[in-house]
Ligand binder design. Sequence first.
Ligand SMILES: [Zn+2]
Length: 322
Amino acid sequence: MLKPYYEIRRSLSFFRSYIGSARIIPQSTGDLIICFHGFGSRWLKGNSLYKATVYELKYTLYIIRKYFSIVTLEELLHESKKNNRQNRLAAITMDDGYSSILNIMDIFYSVNVIPSVFICPNLIDNCSVPFPEIIRASVFSSSKVILNCQFLNKSISLWRNNEKRRAISILIEIFKNYYGNKLKENLCILLYDLEVSNEQIQSHEIYDPLLSWNQIDSLSGDIHIGSHTLNHYHLSTISDAAAGQEILNSKQIIEKRIGRSCDIFCYPFGNQNSFSTREIELIRGADYNYSVTLEPSFISNKCGKFEIPRFNGLRHLCKSFK
Ligand SMILES: [Zn+2]
């Protein structure tokens, strides 16, 4: 187990390795939204990009609060359209709704921050997680050193951690093409090829289950809820009707379950390839007010309200400071 001071030193050196200086200032003007996924009490070799440690979160909040006032996402999106503001605003968001959020809520309470959490109702109902998490946990819980499977045109070494991470990225890109039963079937085939069971995956330390509806209820008032589709499919690969359902039905289910309006949408994967004018029109038609991406940039009043950029964790944020 790493000692806390190692964690703090790691966060600091992580930041300095990008900016090369102890002086840290934002590279450009504008407001800022940061996205986190899950949180861990310590750094995990398998999930460093997707899971922040508690110290990384604290350090990120410390840096952001030096230059920005942290407000709710709704407030930021409302205010960012106004010209001639004195203070710069920041908002905290968390994608997928992992249950490790429960372990760090005290940090948000201590600085009076209400984060936004983007959830996928069908995955919560099925006690599942987004498929990239299943792939990540299955590769890391497998003891195979070479992966040979029908999805790859050549075998991949799983000997070192960086090779595992590379294999995970390749598999996620391939699996973005599947959805529904085909996705389920292909995940089963992958687990078979990796010789791991669902139980092994779920007991691996990088596996982070999603918040249940009861847990979401218990956080009511402390978090804001937005939609991240029903199933976390890559929207660009599914039909118009299926994409419409993912966007509209998720909003309707969330509003019914939490008894509040759900006005902000978050694209699964969030990069430029994961949405187009079709998705934007469907989101507008479903009566959302805004949607957020993972294109790393500060927010100006020129940003389209269905293409609001966000920085993905400390790593993206580091690149935007000098
Ligand atoms: Zn996601």
